[in-house]
Design a binder for this molecule. Sequence first.
Ligand code: C5P
Length: 231
Amino acid sequence: MSEPRIIVALDFPDEASTMQLVEQLEPELCRLKVGKELFTRTGPQLVNRLVTLGYDVFLDLKYHDIPNTVAKACRAAADLGVWMVNVHALGGPAMLAAARNALSASDAPLLIAVTILTSSSDQDLHAVGIDRSPGEMVNRLASLAEHEGIDGVVCSAQEAQQLRSSLGNGFLLVTPGIRLPSDTADDQKRIVSPVDAIRQGSNYLVIGRPITQAKAPLQKLLTINSEISQL
Ligand code: C5P
């Protein structure tokens, strides 16, 4: 297949359970996401191992700090050989510019921004002094990220259509909250099928439990790939 669009979220507590899944997958069929729990438990060593196996790794650590620190963290991620890293757009223009500047080489990882976490409600934003709705903030922060040269944003499929039309085709949209009709929703509130997410403008789909907890993870991945390859 051409370019894998599925990013499997490796939400595991240790290297052994992670590798038990990874050994059933193929780098040609998916990319992998390492988040805060797994990275905090296993460190760069596991990331190295996945990269050495030929996988594109999305290091999902959502950096948010002073510009100099974020720039250096992004550089450290690039040195690990990861394919994608992310930062919080709420870090502001100077922090986004510093991250962009640190990852300016042609072989640098893709740099993605997180806008407003989908778990944040109107009340959560109000409590931290933001009196705009999550939807308004997503648009505002995605525009800021694009203005600072960031490659794309993490967004829900519901936000994808609007962001695709306002920010154009070159801006990457990375979308979690994906479920097939036969899957359970787990703790996701608003779920969308892989086909609908791609139709709404997503470039990459972050999928965790529907694949990691499947009886036959490779089969599940192949099914999703075959559905979206027909679009
Ligand atoms: O298992 P599931 O498919 O729900 O996993 C989704 C992954 O995407 C998890 O790693 C989760 O942390 C991440 N994510 C999300 N919603 C966001 C941002 C990230 O579910 N808004």
